[in-house]
Design a protein around this ligand. Structure first.
Ligand code: ATP
Ligand code: MG
Length: 554
């Protein structure tokens, strides 16, 4: 159990339950995604919480697919959800499907009918809304509410047997049409839907509602602590009503606030629109807020977990600054990512006093934060590339990079002095001619101070790489807050820039998903889909070294 920080209200509740010997001190949770889309960053909070609490208290967490909606669900989503949870670093005790409980749920429904607590209703959707009332007004009883138990049983069985069309009848609980909580006004338990289900095929033509499935599934699995987001708070009385009236295992629901980030949207509908309309390349486009996209972007799962831990568990919904996630990504990658040199916008440098044909293998430190990462050899020669931006013909005294007549250290190599330039017809510098001070490998000159250090690659050894510079997908903190405009109006036109970079040879050999710091530039990952070691180098920028957006607001 975490000891330094005070426990959040959910962990405190679980700790108290354990201490009181409730359920013999057993802790069991579940994560219940609906397999109708890919998991997004918000889900990582629910995952970390339910799996994390089970782990911390020596308990179990089930993965339960809440698959009661036959039309919207697909096996592809089931597979992707499992993969994403494992990638985040969690393992479920059991893989469950709400659809496996259809027979039990059906029995539960018959029991409620027999106890006079459920009835078959012939009102259609519109009529039902009329009868339901509103926050201000109580509802009215359905004219079908007083059917006899026998008639209800018979009609419900005929619903199951497929004798009616979609929407013709429903099964409803008999609770209280004047209840202040609208969810308690004779809620629908079963709907008729002649649709094929991704697991049960055509076995069923009636499907239980979310409310009639969720709590009972918890109860069937003997979940002790059922954690979900705040929008389900108003469903809790119904959750408890079913458990009480069916007299089944008393699972307990507790709600917490959703995780939402600035500069993105998270609802499945909007994410689907981004994909369908081609604003992004797909669900795993590194600019998307899905977990697969985070993975492809090179975000370490540890950073997401650290973010969730920092945001904590509360009862009020708030927007989390995406910069906080970026901070955790940098912190994590600073510790774990090996350093490499890559030049994104190359300018040729020739060292005129370099011995013809000589290749010097210099020692480069893989990770200054981790001595065990060791060193590697990088070829240094008389013809190199540096960043265009690191050279100026003229510059003031604050420019510590390379300027005509000035000196700079080539990282891990020599100090060089720029003596002259060559230009093209438009006057652009195409080549910088330098001389090296051969007395400066691994040591500083005694007679002068050279402040600047820049990165480079050897022209004869560098490998071309496709480098994708990703930025935020939206230009506004809350792209979906403007009632007049669509969130699509705030798409960032510069969210992706692709360049051909020259990178040191070691990078071409990297395995997909290896993460690196390109020195002085940012953190990058070898693309898990398109990078092919030794054949084609493709890197995605995870995050720049510094937050370039922070300055704009100040
Ligand atoms: P969305 O509405 O964003 O499409 P959802 O709620 O329909 O998501 P589910 O598959 O039903 O997605 O969610 C599975 C679990 O994840 C639920 O317990 C839900 O409370 C939780 N969850 C969903 N979105 C968030 C979020 N933004 N932050 C924290 N938990 C979330
Ligand atoms: Mg949902």
């Amino acid at each position: 159990m975490p000891e330094e920080k005070p426990l959040d209200f959910i962990r405190q509740m679980v700790a108290d339950d354990v201490a009181a010997g409730k359920h013999d001190g057993r802790v069991q949770t579940r994560f219940p995604p609906e397999p109708n889309g890919y998991l997004h960053l918000g889900h990582s909070k629910a995952i970390c919480l339910s799996f994390g609490i089970a782990e911390e208290f020596g308990g179990l967490c089930n993965l339960r697919f809440d698959d009661t909606n036959p039309e919207k669900e697909e096996t592809e989503y089931v597979d992707s959800i499992k993969e994403d949870i494992e990638w985040l670093g969690f393992q479920w005790a059991k893989e469950c499907y709400a659809s496996d409980y259809f027979p039990t749920l059906y029995e539960f429904a018959e029991k409620l009918i027999r106890d006079g607590k459920a009835f078959v209703c012939d009102l259609d959707g519109e009529q039902m809304r009329e009868y339901r009332g509103s926050f201000e007004e109580p509802g009215k009883n359905s004219p079908f509410r007083d059917r006899s138990v026998e008639e209800n049983l018979e009609l419900f069985r005929r619903m199951k047997a497929g004798e009616f069309t979609d929407g013709e009848r429903t099964l409803r609980a008999k609770i209280d049409m004047a209840h202040p909580n609208l969810n308690m006004r004779d809620p629908v338990l079963y709907r008729i839907k002649h649709a094929e289900h991704h697991r049960t095929g055509n076995t069923w033509c009636i499907y239980p509602s979310y409310d009639f499935t969720h709590g009972q599934s918890d109860s069937i699995e003997e979940v002790t602590h059922s954690l979900c987001t705040l929008e389900f708070e108003a469903h809790r009385p119904l959750y408890d009503w079913f458990i009480e009236n069916l007299d089944i295992f008393p699972s307990k629901q507790t709600e917490f606030s959703r995780l939402n980030f600035t500069y993105t949207v998270m609802s499945k509908r909007k994410l689907l629109q981004l994909v369908k309309e081609g604003h992004v390349a797909g669900w795993d486009d590194p600019r998307m807020p899905t977990i697969r996209a985070a993975r492809r972007r090179g975000i370490p799962p540890e950073a997401l977990r650290a973010l969730v831990a920092e945001v904590g568990v509360t009862k009020y919904n708030a927007l989390t600054d995406i910069a906080l996630l970026e901070h955790h990504i940098r912190t994590e990658l600073n510790k774990s990512a090996q350093r490499r040199m890559a030049v994104l916008d190359p300018l040729e440098v020739v060292i005129t006093n370099w011995p013809e044909g000589k290749v010097l293998e210099v020692d480069a430190v893989n990770n200054p934060e981790d001595e065990s990462a060791g060193t590697r050899k990088v070829p240094f020669t008389g013809r190199l590339f540096i960043e265009k931006d690191d050279f100026r013909e003229e510059a003031n005294r604050k420019f510590f990079r390379l300027k005509l007549g000035g000196e700079v250290r080539l990282r891990y190599g020599y100090i060089v002095k720029a003596e002259s330039v060559e230009k093209d017809a438009d006057g652009n510098v195409t080549r910088v001619l330098c001389i090296a001070d051969f007395d400066t490998l691994d040591k500083n000159p005694e007679d002068r101070k050279v402040k600047g250090v820049i990165h480079w690659v050897s022209a004869d050894h560098a490998v071309e790489a496709e480098v994708r510079l990703y930025d935020r997908l939206f230009t506004e903190e809350r792209p979906d807050a403007d009632k007049e405009k669509s969130f699509l109006d705030f798409l960032n036109p510069d969210s992706l820039q692709t360049v051909t970079a020259l990178v040191e040879p070691a990078l071409a050999a990297a395995s997909p998903e290896d993460r690196f710091q390109f020195e002085r530039i940012g953190y990058f990952v070898a693309d898990r889909v398109e990078h092919k070691p030794g054949e084609k180098a493709v890197f995605n920028r995870t995050v720049a070294l510094r937050d370039s957006w922070a300055k704009q607001g100040e």
